[in-house]
Every structure is written in C-alpha cells, then in structure tokens.
Design a protein around this ligand. Structure first.
Ligand SMILES: NC(=O)c1ccc[n+]([C@@H]2O[C@H](COP(=O)([O-])OP(=O)(O)OC[C@H]3O[C@@H](n4cnc5c(N)ncnc54)[C@H](OP(=O)(O)O)[C@@H]3O)[C@@H](O)[C@H]2O)c1
Length: 281
C-alpha cells in the first residue's frame, strides 16, 4: 500500500455487503492481515461466505466487532443508520475509534448525534467501480479527526481506487452527482452508442464489444496523459473529419447543457435525500 495500514490496527466493518466486501478484498490484496479485519452483519449466510472467501473474523454482533476495533467502517444502507448506531452508543462511548461512514446522504452531524460521541468521523462517497478496484472516493473529515486518522482513512479507501479530500462537507452532494452516480451516466452513453451502431446495421455483439473497449481505452488514455481531456479531444478531432462531424452534431443538440442539467438534478436530489436522512434521526 502506498500509505500502509498500521499492522497493529484492527478494522471492523458494520455491514458486510457489496461495498464492505470490495473494501475487505482490496485491503487483503494490498497486504492488510486478515486477522486484523472484522465484519458484522445481520445476514449470517453473507458472513460465512465472506469468512470462507477471505479468512477474516466475523460476528453477527455489531458491538463485538467494535470492541476489537481501532477503525470502524459503517457500511450499511443509509436508512438503517439509526437502527445500527443507537444500540452502539454505549460501546462507542467506552472506546476511541475512527468512524468511517460510506453511507450516502448521512451527514457528519447525524453521525455525531447518532453515535453520541466526539469521535473522529470521516464521511466518504465511494462509487460502484470499487467492486473492481477502480473506484473513485471523496472524503470529508470532522474536526476531531487527526492527521494520522486521515491517512488511515485514505489508505483504506485507496485499497479500491483513487481518493480525494473535500474542503467542505456540502461538496459531497456535487461528488454524488459526479462520481457517485457517474458510472450510470457512462453506461447510458455506452448503451446509446451501441444502439446507434446497431441502428446503422452493425452486429449487436460487435457493437457492444467496440463500445465498451472504446470507453475503457478513452479513460485509460486520458488517465495516462499529461494534458487535459479537452486537449486530447482536440488532438483526435481532425478538421473536416468524422469526429468533428459527430462533435458538431453533439454541440448542436446541446450535449454539454444536457450533462450540466443532469448533474444539477442529481445534486439537488442528493441534498433532498440528505435532508430527509437528517430529519429521520
Ligand atoms: N454500492 C455502491 O455502489 C455504493 C456507492 C456509494 C455508497 N454506497 C453506500 O455503501 C453502503 C453499503 O452499500 P452496499 O451496496 O454495500 O449495501 P449492501 O450490499 O446491502 O450491504 C449492507 C449490508 O448490511 C447488512 N445489514 C442490514 N442491517 C444491519 C445491521 N443492523 N447491522 C449490521 N449489518 C446490517 C445487510 O444485510 P441484509 O442484506 O440482510 O439487509 C447487508 O448485508 C450504503 O450506505 C450505500 O449508500 C454504496
């Protein structure tokens, strides 16, 4: 790991579903000892699968895994945060831990109130490509979080992709509209591209394979390039060529405006959901 998890530290996951499993696999792949990882879940079948696959410690008792832990990752659905945290207030009051929440829309204020502690809390917005170690996470820390705890949070999330820090918590709504929901925007674009090629007579399997590889190749090229994507686009757009013809049509049809309005809508919905979650506590 570029930023190593302290080998003496124990990480507990509350909720052992898709995101927790991805993080646990990522951590083990990056050298974190499985003996240092605990997970709890109400789904016993899910726990035993995870134990068999990864060799970590599991329990159906959330309090038991917190007692073991220096770092607690809250990986349950946002609407369950009340039910999960309220019964854990006593155990959290007796321990100093770093709480990392990956639950969408649950604010630091809500987490502080529900856990009834002045603990270090890091709120994180990951995205689905974390499942294939290609995630993009944005993190925000409360004022009780030390520099060492920020580094620990960063090393956990960077086991499944890139990590950036936000200066203000409200930016999480924009991040949700960008990278949180973003994978689906790209799926939509790929679907539309495939369909357009099939409408032009191309075999659907070939259209699928070419559209996917083009999306992957374009992202890989952009990531490995020093310049910005606008510069890359200009480089591959020859005057009078096919790409220029397509891009002119995109612009005529208001492509940038469509994206801007979609991101605005997603951000507004993220703010609404956060408000609902705050009012539920
Ligand atoms: N998936 C994503 O792409 C993504 C992206 C960004 C953020 N997130 C956030 O990540 C969090 C987890 O998402 P996920 O997709 O991993 O969800 P998930 O697969 O449903 O995992 C959550 C797990 O928590 C278990 N659980 C329910 N109640 C519990 C309790 N009281 N104590 C302990 N465990 C309990 C669930 O069991 P049951 O199945 O039996 O209910 C389930 O196994 C969510 O808050 C979500 O907002 C996810």
């Amino acid at each position: 790991m570029s930023r190593m998890i302290n080998q003496d530290q124990t990480i507990a996951f509350i909720g052992a579903g898709n995101m927790a499993t991805a993080l646990i696999k990522g951590l083990i792949a990056k050298g974190c000892p499985c003996a240092n990882i605990w997970a709890s879940d109400t789904n016993i079948e899910q726990l035993s699968l995870l134990k068999n696959d990864s060799g970590i410690n599991v329990s159906s008792d959330n309090a038991e895994v917190i007692i073991q832990a220096d770092i607690v990752v809250l990986a349950v659905k946002p609407q369950l945060m009340n039910d999960v945290l309220l019964p854990l207030q006593n155990v959290l009051a007796e321990k100093t831990v770093l709480l990392i929440s990956i639950a969408a829309g649950v604010s630091i204020k809500t987490l502080e109130t529900l856990s009834s502690t002045q603990q270090a809390i890091v709120r994180c917005m990951p995205n689905t490509p974390a499942l294939v170690e290609a995630g993009a996470s944005a993190l925000f820390a409360n004022s009780s979080t030390s520099e060492a705890q920020r580094q620990q949070s960063q090393s956990i999330l960077s086991a499944v992709g890139t990590v950036c820090w936000l200066q203000q918590e409200s930016d999480i709504d924009t991040v949700t509209a960008l990278s949180g929901s973003g994978p689906a925007y790209f799926f939509l674009f790929i679907e539309a591209l495939q369909k357009a090629a099939v409408d032009q007579g191309l075999n659907p399997d070939i259209a699928n394979s070419l559209a996917l590889q083009t999306a992957f190749g374009a992202a890989k090229l952009a990531l490995s390039s020093d310049g910005d994507v606008a510069e890359l686009r200009r480089k591959v757009t020859s005057p009078g060529g096919t790409t220029e013809a397509a891009i002119a049509q995109f612009e005529k049809d208001g492509f940038s405006n469509i994206i801007a309005r979609a991101v605005e809508k997603a951000k507004a919905r993220s703010e609404e959901l956060a408000l609902l979650s705050d009012n539920q506590k």
